[in-house]
Write a protein that binds this ligand. Structure first.
Ligand code: M6R
Length: 369
C-alpha cells in the first residue's frame, strides 16, 4: 500500500496537493462555493449564527485555529477554539446562536465525540469536518463536510490537516456569501487563491531535500522552538507537535509577540528556532515585527531557521537558514508554511532511526477519553 514509498508519512506528505485539490473538487461552481452537504442548514439559519465554537484535538485543533483568522475576517462571526476534552467538562455557554463545528480526521476521537454529543444535548446545532466516510462523529452531527484527503495511515496527521483547512475555508467563504460580508470580487479572489494552492504545495514540497539536510545536521538537537504570528502561530504549534511526536524532541510553539513576555528567557547560544515569517505583502507591520523578533533572538545566539516567502530579502541578514515558500495571500500561507515543518520532523525522526509511521505511545485514533 505504500506504493514504493519508504513510509506512509512520506507518501501522505507528498499527496498534499491532491488532498487539497480533491477537497475543493466540485465545491466551486461558477465562481461560487457549493456545499450540498450543508443543505440542512438553510441560509436563514447560517445568517442567524452568532458564534462558532470549534471542538477538536491535536493537529485538528490547529486547523481550527488557522481557520478562526479566516472565518472571522470573512464572515464576521466570532470563532473560538476549544480542545474537546476541555469543552466537555466545564459549563460552556451554548445558546441558540451557537454553532458547534467539530474537526476530526478519523471521526472516532472519543474526546471530540463526547464534546459533540454534549453540545447537541445542550441544544446546539453541529457540523462535522471529517475525513472518514460514515464515521461516528459525522453520524452524531447535524451535517458533515467531508475532507477528501484519502485514507491517512501514519499516526502523524499531514494531508488531513491541509484538507481540513481547505474545507474550513470553503465553509467560511460560503458563510461570508450567505451573510453578505464580503464583496463579490474579494470572495472570487479568495476562491482563486484556494484553487492555486495545490500547485503551490507542489512547489513547497520541492524544498524537501534542503529541509532533510537540515534535519540530518540537527539529529542531536535536544530542544527546538517555533515562532509564528497571526495564522503562522498555529503553524508554529503544529511544527512543535510534529517534532514531539515523531522525533521525541522537546519542542514548543509560541506566538512571536509573546516572546518578550517570557519565552525569550529560553534563548541561549545555539538554540534552534524556526520562525514562520508573515508575508511583507500582508500587514507590513506584522512582517517587520517578526523580523525584529528574529533580530532579538539572533542577538542572544539563537540559530534561526526562517520559513519565508519567495523574494522576502528582509530575513536574509539575520537568519542562518531560509526555507522558501511560494507567494500566496496571507491567509493562505499556513497551507504552504506547514510543509517544511512536517518534512523536518519526519526527516529528523528518520535520522534518529525511529519509526516514522508509528511513534511510541501513540495511536492513530484515540478512541478512549
Ligand atoms: O482523528 P482526529 O483528527 O480527531 O485526531 C486528533 C488528534 O488525535 C490528532 O490530530 C493527533 O494530534 C495527531 N497524531 C497529530 O499528528
Amino acid at each position: 500500500e505504500k506504493g514504493g514509498w519508504s513510509s506512509f508519512m512520506r507518501k501522505e506528505v507528498a499527496e498534499q496537493p491532491d488532498a487539497v485539490a480533491n477537497t475543493i473538487r466540485g465545491r466551486i461552481v461558477d465562481g461560487e462555493v457549493r456545499i450540498p452537504e450543508l443543505e440542512s442548514f438553510g441560509d436563514d439559519e447560517l445568517r442567524g449564527v452568532r458564534r462558532i465554537t470549534v471542538v477538536a484535538c491535536g493537529t485538528a485543533s490547529y486547523a481550527g485555529q488557522v481557520a478562526k483568522y479566516a472565518i472571522e475576517q470573512w464572515a464576521r462571526v466570532p470563532v473560538e477554539i476549544e480542545l474537546s476534552h476541555e469543552f466537555r467538562y466545564r459549563e460552556p455557554v451554548i445558546d441558540d446562536g451557537t454553532l458547534v463545528l467539530s474537526i476530526s480526521q478519523s471521526g472516532e476521537t472519543m474526546d471530540t465525540l463526547m464534546a459533540v454529543k454534549y453540545a447537541r444535548e445542550q441544544g446546539a446545532r453541529t457540523i462535522s469536518i471529517c475525513n472518514t466516510q460514515g464515521a461516528t462523529i459525522p453520524r452524531e452531527s447535524d451535517a458533515v463536510v467531508y475532507t477528501h484527503a484519502g485514507p491517512e495511515v501514519a499516526v502523524a496527521s499531514t494531508k488531513a490537516f491541509v484538507a481540513q483547512i481547505t474545507a474550513l475555508y470553503l465553509f467560511g467563504l460560503h458563510l461570508a456569501r450567505v451573510r453578505g460580508t464580503l464583496a463579490p470580487e474579494v470572495l472570487a479572489e479568495a476562491l482563486a487563491e484556494l484553487q492555486a494552492i495545490p500547485a503551490k504545495l507542489q512547489t513547497a514540497l520541492g524544498q524537501s531535500e534542503r529541509v532533510a539536510e537540515l534535519a540530518h545536521w540537527m539529529a542531536d538537537t535536544r530542544s527546538v522552538l517555533f515562532l509564528g504570528r497571526h495564522v503562522g502561530y498555529p503553524i508554529a504549534m503544529e511544527g512543535a507537535l510534529k517534532l514531539k511526536e515523531l522525533a521525541y524532541i522537546h519542542a514548543e510553539g509560541f506566538a512571536a509577540g509573546e516572546l518578550k513576555h517570557g519565552p525569550i528567557a529560553l534563548i541561549e547560544p545555539g538554540q534552534p528556532v524556526f520562525v514562520v515569517v508573515p508575508s511583507p505583502r500582508g500587514s507590513a507591520n506584522l512582517h517587520s515585527k517578526v523580523v525584529s523578533n528574529i533580530q532579538e533572538i539572533r542577538a542572544r545566539g539563537a540559530r534561526v531557521i526562517a520559513i519565508a516567502e519567495d523574494g522576502d530579502a528582509a530575513v536574509l541578514p539575520y537568519a542562518d537558514e531560509v526555507i522558501r515558500i511560494p507567494l500566496a495571500a496571507p491567509l493562505f500561507e499556513p497551507l504552504l508554511a506547514v510543509v517544511p515543518l512536517q518534512v523536518f520532523a519526519m526527516e529528523l525522526s528518520q535520522a534518529k532511526g525511529l519509526d516514522v509511521d508509528q511513534p511510541r505511545n501513540l495511536a492513530k485514533s484515540v478512541t478512549v477519553e
